[in-house]
Design a protein around this ligand. Structure first.
Ligand SMILES: [Zn+2]
Ligand SMILES: [Zn+2]
Length: 262
């Protein structure tokens, strides 16, 4: 990706290269979010309605706001990706491209570790952004969606977009990661994020109290955060909310209420 963009920037200038990368990132968001929206809110809406966490549809104005902010986020992410390319040119960065350099065990281990580190980074930056002084500046835009759709996945204020992307330079600079491992982390993040904002719950009854699965977050978990913002700050896993006592005490009950709908 980087050599292609560098060539393009050399021929056409930095601004067109930024536009191209922004569009690429925007398409990578619009396609999965759009597919999820068409499936959950158009095609299967009636059949799956009992799995809809909040039994009401989002407003058209919510959708438009989520899409506009997500497109702005794509532009910010592209700008920050340029920053990473520039740092790599200057010799900073631990990305590698040959699996044999560190072997397959390290490949899988580092991918899992990067996902765990992202989860930790997200929890703590998210809690910080809920500080009363920081919330209106960074995080209020995301919370304008009280009944989120898949399009809310990237719906951030530009400053929050900078914070959300912040894990990527940290990983790319400090942790030796294969380029495919970094791709897996970003694709996993996108899929989980879109599913977490679908507004539908398909995990089976008992999921949130199961000895293993209770450690994995459900769409209900994040949907509750959009309804009441004082609990449920974690992203992929339920470690930090459980350790820090910030899980919504009603989480299990609310989840089972959705599952027991007739
Ligand atoms: Zn959200
Ligand atoms: Zn929040």
């Amino acid at each position: 990706m980087q050599p292609l963009l560098e060539n393009f920037a050399r021929q056409h200038g930095l601004l067109p290269a930024w536009v191209v990368l922004s569009l690429f990132i925007a398409v990578r968001y619009i396609v999965p979010a759009g597919i999820a929206y068409l499936i959950f809110y158009v095609w299967k809406r009636r059949d799956w309605w009992r799995n809809k966490i909040q039994q009401k549809l989002p407003k058209g104005s919510d959708l438009r706001r989520e899409i506009v902010h997500s497109l702005m986020t794509s532009g910010i992410f592209a700008l920050m990706a340029f920053g990473i390319f520039a740092l790599r040119k200057m010799g900073y960065g631990a990305l590698y491209f040959d699996i044999d350099e560190r072997g397959w065990f390290y490949f899988f281990f580092s991918t899992a570790l990067a996902i765990f580190l992202h989860d930790t980074y997200f929890y703590w930056t998210h809690r910080l952004m809920h500080h009363p002084r920081l919330f209106p500046i960074f995080h209020k835009v995301h919370h304008l969606s009280h009944n989120p759709t898949p399009f809310a996945a990237f719906s951030f204020h530009p400053l929050e977009a900078v914070v959300e992307f912040g894990i990527i330079p940290i990983l790319a600079i400090f942790m030796p990661l294969h380029s495919i491992a970094l791709l897996i982390v970003t694709v996993w993040s996108m899929i989980f994020n879109v599913l977490g904002h679908t507004g539908y719950e398909f995990s089976p009854s008992g999921f949130t109290s199961h000895w293993f699965f209770k450690w994995i977050n459900t769409p209900t978990h994040h949907n509750m955060h959009h309804q009441k913002a004082n609990h449920n700050f974690s992203l992929y896993f339920n470690f930090w909310d459980r350790i820090m006592g910030t899980n919504n005490p009603e989480y299990d009950n609310y989840f089972e209420q959705i599952k027991n709908r007739t």
